[in-house]
Design a protein around this ligand. Sequence first.
Ligand SMILES: Cc1cc2nc3c(=O)[nH]c(=O)nc-3n(C[C@H](O)[C@H](O)[C@H](O)COP(=O)(O)OP(=O)(O)OC[C@H]3O[C@@H](n4cnc5c(N)ncnc54)[C@H](O)[C@@H]3O)c2cc1C
Length: 391
Amino acid sequence: MSLRVSGEATPVTDDDAFRREIREWLAAELTDEVRGAGGVGRENEAFEQRLAFTRRLAAAGWGTLAWPVAHGGRGASLSQQVIFHEEYARAGAPSRVDHIGTTMVGPTLIDLGTPEQQRRFLPRLAAVDELWCQGYSEPGAGSDLAGVTTRARLDGDRWVITGQKVWTSLAHVADWCFVLARTAPAPAGGPRSAGLSYLLVPMRQPGITVRPIRQLTGDSEFNEVFFDDAVTEAGFVVGEPGQGWTVAMATLAYERGAATVGQQIGFQRDLDDLVAVARGTGAAAVPALRERLTRAWIDLTVLRAHTLRVLRDPQPAASSVIKLLWTRWRQGLGELAMEVLAHGDAGPEAVARWQTYFLFSRADTIYGGSNEIQRGIVAERVLGLPRQARG
Ligand SMILES: Cc1cc2nc3c(=O)[nH]c(=O)nc-3n(C[C@H](O)[C@H](O)[C@H](O)COP(=O)(O)OP(=O)(O)OC[C@H]3O[C@@H](n4cnc5c(N)ncnc54)[C@H](O)[C@@H]3O)c2cc1C
């Protein structure tokens, strides 16, 4: 990352040229119909327009920046990835619809897929021709993921899958799902995660039923997914059959990274918007609310500095610590927004936006590994506390 001391001459570096390139692309391509669309609790907003924009982004080579060149990416450095996410968020570009594909399953296939799987899936992932969803959680298996009971058996040249997943984000628009399923019993006395497999399953087939779940916000972004003798090709298992746990954990590890920086620039925009609302409602003149708005700015500045530091110099359990910090920050901003709105009339648009923000932020501490689980990871990996007894 090129860091500069204030007052120094600013030489043109590759990073500067890269920043100009993405800025110019966004200035030319970003239209009002997608500006600011999507985001927290608004996954269904302007979906078709955001899909078209995400495809244009991909066609211009920005979609898979971090992928190696050999697999159709740009092999961008960490600093360039950070610059991309900063500029993308600053320009108010829409929330992308391809993140599960390009940041989760794509890198998994690059590292652990067979050449046939890479040839079949990577070009379509990169072009955003196929959308993906993540089929891990089940009614009886969330934090305790090794308890999944969805089963798959090999029948000739195909896997036959039976069971149920839940909370499957974007399953209603997905073409494919990566599914964690039991293909063999766990060995007696061995780890419960043994015998699970990681399968790539087409969503549009008679054996799959997707039922939307209505959320607290009134929208339906996630779903129940039922597998009744659903099928996929025998070759669409990633890693060895029965050893899908390692693959599933690898996918989770790819989920975070440089994109966190863009998310935090998005938080800065949220805070700026709330400050504007507070000025309008008069809440900005209330000492207790001024202090909380200021504290939100300080906490965000510290979070951003910490994130950049651990991206450059990885620390144990860093993604858990960052998740704990940003979820607390965003829930805090949602709560503060409710008090700012209570102070005066902000107008129906601001009320709707901030209510959705407040309500959806309740989910932040649950998805992507609940905050209790993240604290457990920090306890064990950073503090060296004894491992928690598992049921
Ligand atoms: C908005 C949203 C989107 C999601 N999208 C997806 C998706 O696309 N695909 C997918 O597979 N899943 C998805 N999920 C599911 C998510 O991964 C699970 O909700 C999460 O892992 C928690 O599992 P659970 O809901 O079964 O709760 P449980 O695991 O039953 O936990 C209930 C409570 O007990 C606590 N708890 C559990 N175990 C421990 C422990 N060992 N120590 C301390 N406390 C513990 C938890 O922290 C939580 O507070 C999504 C969830 C949300 C909210």
